[in-house]
Write a protein that binds this ligand. Structure first.
Ligand SMILES: Nc1ncnc2c1ncn2[C@@H]1O[C@H](COP(=O)(O)OP(=O)(O)OP(=O)(O)O)[C@@H](O)[C@H]1O
Length: 244
């Protein structure tokens, strides 16, 4: 009923490698949802399927009851890829203005949206600099601002804090919580356990299977472990799917 994102029987095969074996997953509206799994477990592949960048070998995705890919739903999604796709020779402001035009934001609204997105990620004072003079963390925050320009109702972030120092990481998480409070559903991929702890719910991915799903507390309780890391190892061994 409250399933905002729904994945049914998702399988993905690349040549002979079956990267996703059968993933069924539902994510309610308004959640900050984490996809947790080691490198190569299929997190990026799964989010690319969610937004229609990849057509799954089998299975279906629907967002807000609309089967994907749907042009209408795509306009509701903000996506931040693992690699920053920004223009280093342009200033922060020019980057935001360029992507705002790509998103089809009307000219008279652009300045307001650019200011709004820059403010959320704390880059207002740096908008005049070209991106070649941004630090790695600033570029990640700029990518987040780009993903926010069109005020998406679903924000999908692929490892947004990789390579970012702990202070900035904390500041990005503060931003994410603030964005969630505006009613935005957020899906984030991570392999960092302390980030996973901050999510409302998690899906644990291993070798292309979803081995468990639930809130961090539920997962620890069900596995009778103290940490998410141990819970992950427990579910990995039993290879069972627990739905919280
Ligand atoms: N286009 C592709 N063609 C062939 N193999 C691919 C392709 N995309 C991904 N893979 C393979 O799929 C597997 C899962 O990759 P994916 O990027 O989804 O993992 P991940 O969990 O996001 O990893 P990481 O945390 O390192 O980003 C890997 O073995 C990868 O090599």
């Amino acid at each position: 009923m409250n399933d905002f994102v729904k994945l049914e029987g998702i399988q993905q095969q690349f040549d002979k490698e079956q990267v996703l074996k059968k993933v069924d997953l539902t994510i309610p509206k308004g959640q900050l949802f984490g996809l947790l799994g080691p490198s190569g477990s299929g997190k990026t592949t799964l989010v690319k399927i969610m937004i229609g960048l990849l057509n799954p070998t089998k299975g279906t995705v629907s967002i807000a009851n609309q089967k994907m890919p749907s042009l209408k739903q795509l306009q509701e999604i903000g996506y931040m890829a693992q690699n920053d796709a920004l223009y280093s020779e342009l200033t922060g402001k020019q980057n935001l203005e360029f992507f705002a035009s790509i998103y089809g934001i009307f000219k008279k609204e652009r300045a307001e949206r650019v200011d709004e997105a820059a403010k959320i990620v704390n880059l207002t004072d740096h908008l005049h600099k070209t991106l070649e003079h941004y630090s790695g963390g600033m570029k990640r925050r700029m990518s987040l601002a780009v993903a926010l320009l069109h005020r998406p109702s679903l924000l999908i972030l692929d490892e947004p804090t990789v390579g970012i120092d702990p202070v900035l990481r904390a500041s990005i998480w503060k931003d994410l919580k603030a964005i969630q409070e505006t009613g935005t559903t957020i899906i984030i991929t991570t392999h960092v356990m302390d980030e996973a702890e901050k999510c409302d719910e998690l899906a644990l991915l291993r070798d292309g299977y979803m081995i468990a799903k639930g809130s961090p507390d539920e997962l620890k309780e069900k596995s009778k472990t103290e940490t998410l890391e141990d819970a992950f190892l427990y579910f990995g061994k039993s290879q069972q799917v627990e739905v919280g």
